[in-house]
Design a binder for this molecule. Sequence first.
Ligand code: NAD
Length: 347
Amino acid sequence: MIKVLVKGYGTIGKRGAWALRRQSDLTLYGVVKRRPDYSAILAVKSGIDVYVPGEEELRAFEESGVRVAGLLDDALGRVDAVVDATPGGVGRKYKGLYVKHGVKAVFQGGEAPDVAQVSFNPLCNYSEALGKDFIRVVSCNTTALLRLICSLNRYFTVDRVRAVIVRRGADPKEVRRGPINAIVLNPPKLPSHHGVDVKTVLPWLDIQTAAFAVPTTLMHTHFIQVFLKEGVTREDVVRVLEGSPRIVLVGAEALGVSSTAELAEVIRDMGRARGDMYELAVWEESVTVIDGREVMLTQSVHQESIVVPENVDALRAALSIEKDGERSINITDTALGLVGGWLLWSS
Ligand code: NAD
């Protein structure tokens, strides 16, 4: 069994650890925490071994009485791979240690692209990541854009993309970022970095993006225009989205929801752990085709969880457990209970 260590047990790390415990071909070996806080206590209570980066943290855990399994260095000697979910820039500092121990590492979108051999989305470039030692799973917004673009590009020919990203101001737990009362130009100078990040996976694509941060913590929402080389109908586009993994169509009228707050409530009512929505939510009524070649739509992104399935696939690709991207996606999604097609009508 392949053993994986999760380093950084915050928003992404704790979800990554949860997801790993649900895979039959990957095992969560343990997590690395710096502080013996509530999440360390809950991890230990749920049977997860908690490691610490160094002696100082070890003493803090011992003094607080939270059980600690050992040092990061010891754990790295016993695992096959690490999911590094520390804040942007921290993962790079540990790369040398991963090299020293010969373990593969999956980094997150907060790291600069050159931390890894490949920036990754399994719907776009799974085969490029096969056997790589260092893979970067791109950020939540980039993952959402790539899921849509690569799903459409599978059946049509995407020529160029323009997108406006309305970003959540902070994650729900990030009290230090608020209160906010503004629409922040993110950044004022256009284009925003999101399109540039998409090009780390699809270098051939003509894409430009703008982004605004707003005072909400629940989800991001994108308005997207995809220009195609051939003529399509609205029905063609809906059919493709309906059949694409990790995308779910949300019927605003049918469900009686037309906001991220209501969508988040639907997901909580569905009983999803932590209220997570791994799927990219495309608002069905928004899907519009103009003159056959311009597809417009609105999509919402649960930033805290959308990259979790991609992290699992990145491990399978790095470790060459599964050579076929579609099969990996299917294994991950079945284990995590993702739905496809139409939200609620297909689950
Ligand atoms: P977070 O702050 O919620 O979690 C990071 C955790 O790492 C914290 O618990 C912190 O204490 C811990 N940490 C810091 N240094 C450490 C070290 N040396 N050893 C062990 N643990 C350490 O951050 P996050 O939101 O989970 O983001 C992690 C990465 O995921 C970033 O690259 C971010 O850009 C990316 N990402 C975040 C989101 C999101 O919406 N939160 C979405 C997609 C990608």
